[in-house]
Design a protein around this ligand. Sequence first.
Ligand SMILES: [Zn+2]
Length: 271
Amino acid sequence: MAHDIEALTNGAMAPVWSWVQGKIPANVEVFDAHAHIGADVDGRTMTADGMRDRMEAAGVKKSIVFPLNDPNARDDYSGPNDVVWNAYEEYPALFVPFFRLNPHLDYDREFERCIERGFMGLKLHPVSQQFELDDPRVVRLLGMAAERDLPVLIHAGFAMQRIVEPLLPTVESHPELRLILGHAAMVEVLAATRAFEDHPNVLFETSVVRAKDLYELFASLDPSRIAYGSDIPYGDLPSTLHSLLASAEAAGVPDSAIPGLLSGNIRRWFP
Ligand SMILES: [Zn+2]
């Protein structure tokens, strides 16, 4: 495992990694807004120690972490949510814990339990849990999050069909709701930047987005609305940092915006 991590910054990756390091200002504490701890039905896993090792190797100081599409989620996700909470208790300085729910099932009790416990946000995955963003149960849940001032990260990437059109009415009726669009709404990135431009509580997170879509994102949205993410274990820190920094440069984002992209924009919500 240590060898796997070293391979991300050595060999063929060495010049890429040194370019990345040269682009990260010395005083910036990189904040990863999208990572997973636990197990997925597809066989991927990540442990708290695995996250810590990867963050140390890449100089990343904080990561938002939440469950994968866990085979042990059962009804309410309480088991995988506990795995994330335990990771946070072990490394409170490294992790910002989010919990996950299935909006099809009774979620009220787990929602309350996680808020009382101290979770700092909610993760929803419309593809894995097979729901639409305008499903009344989802709209209700987003309203509950707004009321409790709980940030929500929504998977808005691979395999999504509808994002802007079903989500916009909820954003408009809850302007205080803090939303992170995971994978930057990449399937309809231009429609999303246009629709959410005037909603400052909607952030676009950049993990595992194609270069063309990242370029469009940086070319069409104020950089203060964009936050770096890795999607570990699907992405890795060196490559996702490289795609963000290279796309931002290609789109003409000024160097003065880099600290916000890598850290400041998301850190405002989790000081
Ligand atoms: Zn993810």
